[in-house]
Design a protein around this ligand. Structure first.
Ligand code: UD1
Length: 340
């Protein structure tokens, strides 16, 4: 039973990945600083899995704490690195905090792994690295466009740090997964997304509006050059995304990777407009959603959806859930946490 470290393992995607890892028999050690999560998530994971992961409350920005962790856990076979700050607007206000949280931590973990005789590393990257891609669907070969925010920049720089390290450290095997838009929650509704304050992302804003926490959703622009005028994204169920991490990790553990640094797009391959997402919510919840058309949001790309050919063929992974299923799970979770 290989021992896997999941940093940020109590976060939204991290917690779902821990569940999938445990269901495949891996022994999981979580590091989380609880800055954007809580111990309830650990209970949720344990309730779903019937098995409690090892938990270490630890600050990855503290280099000596990272060193001490790896001296204590010498038998870690792979690391899935989620721990990072992710609010785009906040990153514009607090760039240094973002560069410190997202890059120092990555460097400290990689320094430990690079010193091992063999190490396997999965990095949380984002389709944000492509910016507004010139062609849809987006392949892994699409150009990396200048980042729109410090948050986006940390994903681009993070990828470069890993790539440069892999060039000189053949013992380090890494995969960067470029996620499209993760949504939804575990079907048991024991874990899900817990946005702090007013949600910036579409689906949590919709479900909070449906639950009566918000008056109305603002649709950011309906004059884009798309079929219904609203932006298009590739919304992927978080459980499908979590499974992609397990598949990527197994690829490294079984040495099936072709190069020691690889990138994969993780999406459904299907683009959905903001209005289509609203209508999907209305269908699955049997509720009318209160929404109004508002101005465009600065920094939004018109359209982004994945070409998943590489993930499907090389990784042997594909998204299984539909948009309706993903939104239904997000709604079930919202109702559960609001006591509805
Ligand atoms: C956003 C970030 C992106 C990050 C991703 C992580 C921005 C500009 N981009 O992506 O860098 O990687 O989150 O999850 O913040 N929308 C509304 N009303 C709302 C909220 C969203 O109409 O209240 C629309 C947006 O204009 C967009 C779509 O819904 O067209 C999805 O928005 P969102 O969930 O914020 O994701 P992204 O913008 O794709």
């Amino acid at each position: 039973m290989d021992k896997i470290l999941v940093t940020g393992g109590l976060g939204f995607i991290g917690s779902h990945t821990v569940v999938e890892l445990q269901s495949e028999g891996f022994e999981v050690v979580i590091i989380d600083n609880l800055s954007n999560s809580s111990m309830d998530v650990l209970e949720g994971i344990t309730a779903i899995s019937g098995k409690s992961p090892i938990f270490e409350k630890l600050e990855l920005k503290d280099k000596s704490a990272v060193q001490n962790f790896f001296s204590k856990y010498k038998d870690i076979k792979g690391v899935i690195h989620f721990a990072a700050s992710k609010a785009v607007g906040e990153s514009v206000q607090e760039p240094l905090m973002y560069y410190e949280n997202n890059l120092n931590t990555l460097i400290y973990v990689l320094q430990e792994l690079a010193a091992k005789t063999e190490a396997n590393f999965i990095f949380s990257s984002s389709c944000t690295v492509y910016g507004q891609a010139d062609e849809m669907p987006i392949t892994e070969n699409a150009a990396i466009k200048p980042a729109e925010s410090p948050y986006g920049n940390t994903k681009q720089i993070g990828e470069e740090i890993i790539k440069d390290t892999c060039k000189v450290k053949p013992n380090l095997n890494a995969i960067a997964l470029r996620y499209f838009n993760p949504i939804g929650a575990h079907p048991t509704a024991r874990i899900g997304e817990l946005p702090i304050g007013v949600p910036q992302n579409l689906v949590p804003f919709i479900t909070q509006t449906g639950a009566g926490l918000r008056d109305a959703l603002s649709v950011f622009g309906d004059d884009y050059p798309t079929p219904d005028g609203t932006c298009i994204r590739d919304y992927i169920h978080v459980v499908d995304l979590a499974k992609a991490h397990v598949v990527a990790l197994k690829r490294l553990l079984s040495k099936k990777n072709i190069a020691n640094y690889e990138t994969f797009n993780i999406g459904t391959g299907v683009g959905s407009s903001v209005l289509e997402v609203i209508h999907a919510f209305e269908r699955v919840s049997d509720k009318k959603l209160n929404y109004q058309i508002a101005d465009r949001r600065i920094g939004d790309v018109i359209s982004a959806y994945a070409d998943t050919t590489k993930a499907n063929t090389e990784l042997g992974w594909e998204a299984k859930s539909s948009l309706n299923e993903a939104i239904l799970s997000a709604w079930k979770w919202e109702k559960k946490i609001r006591g509805l």
